[in-house]
Design a protein around this ligand. Structure first.
Ligand SMILES: Nc1ncnc2c1ncn2[C@@H]1O[C@H](COP(=O)(O)OP(=O)(O)OP(=O)(O)O)[C@@H](O)[C@H]1O
Ligand SMILES: [Mg+2]
Length: 300
């Protein structure tokens, strides 16, 4: 199932304070959309509003043509959400965590054997088979992140929200994870990821710059550099805070870059083929590489 997502004038308030102000954008199946912005910009709030955790005070969240909050039952199982905070229980193993998730979330009446076989499959997908019986507290940061990701992959969701999934990883690992997200997207998922790390943005399809709860830019990464008149992504932050969110939001509304291409990127077979020829590696190969790096990291 491929699900395009749209935020239409989404507004969220806490008392009199607007945490999100009329946020509008689309996210497409097949693409990775990175949400960037200073701490407190509203990224996690946006994720919670988009994934069904809490309806907005104004505006609409659309999954396809449906309002998410009136059709939540229909989409519930299609949504994967890895929150910013680590929610793993230290004393459990990756196997326990995934099996528990399977029993909780997968179709009722599913045989225990079928759940275990799915667990094995997902452990392979996130390359944690060898660490499946190690207690979570003994895993490296990157491995824990992958357990969290595995939990969400158990039900093979069509929409993935990953809130800072790469924070605390070394740069090489961060890059590998970003490549993995791209693979997951190219299989037809709509993938949204928040990040503070700006080194690997060439691996995402589009970026959304959020500041003070406002959208100040949506477009391809290189267009963002041009829009803000900077050479590096890290310089966007000082530009944003310098003139303020309101200025840039207005700038984006009134004069978006002339060459903003329609950013629809369907996961058509041709697009998938092009994607896989880009790095020439399969998802399995990338994951295996990731695992080797994790192992190296663990030995340090
Ligand atoms: N339930 C709440 N009630 C009141 N204010 C809140 C609530 N949740 C978040 N906020 C405020 O909303 C703003 C946005 O928070 P949010 O967690 O969405 O930011 P963020 O962009 O994810 O930041 P970070 O990069 O630090 O994770 C912050 O000022 C925060 O204090
Ligand atoms: Mg956050």
């Amino acid at each position: 199932m491929q699900i395009p997502l749209e935020a239409r004038n989404v507004t969220v308030k806490a008392g009199f304070k607007a945490l999100l102000s009329s946020v509008s954008f689309r996210a497409h199946p097949g693409e990775v959309l990175a949400i960037l912005g200073p701490s407190g910009a509203g990224k996690s709030t946006l994720f919670k509003t988009l994934n069904g955790s809490g309806a907005p005070d104004g505006g609409q969240v659309l999954y396809g043509a449906d309002d998410l909050y009136s059709s939540f039952e229909r989409y519930r199982r299609q949504i994967g959400y890895v929150p910013q905070d680590d929610i793993l229980h230290d004393a459990l193993t990756p196997f326990d965590v995934l099996e528990y998730t399977g029993r909780l979330r997968m179709a009722e009446g599913m045989e225990a054997e079928a759940v275990r076989s799915r667990v094995a499959q997902v452990l392979g997908q996130v390359e944690l088979s060898e660490r499946q019986h190690v207690k979570v507290r003994r895993l490296s940061g990157g491995q824990r992140k992958r357990v969290n990701l595995g939990v969400e992959l158990m039900t093979s969701p069509s929409v993935l929200f990953l809130d800072e999934p790469t924070s605390g990883l070394d740069p090489a690992l961060e890059e590998k994870m970003m490549e993995l997200f791209r693979r997951l997207a190219r299989e037809g998922r709509t993938v949204l990821v928040t990040t503070h790390v700006t080194e690997n943005l060439d691996l995402v399809d589009r970026v959304l710059l959020l500041c003070d709860g406002r959208v100040t830019f949506v477009g391809q990464p290189r267009q963002a550099l041009r829009f803000f008149g900077v050479e590096q992504f890290s310089d966007i932050y000082s530009k944003l805070t310098g003139k303020g969110a309101e200025y840039w939001a207005r700038q984006y509304q009134t004069s978006p870059p002339p060459d903003l291409a329609p950013a629809v990127r369907p996961a058509a077979p041709a697009a998938r083929a092009a994607a896989s020829s880009m790095s020439g590696k399969t998802a399995d190969e990338l994951l295996a590489e990731l695992e080797r790096e994790m192992a190296r990291e663990g030995k340090k």
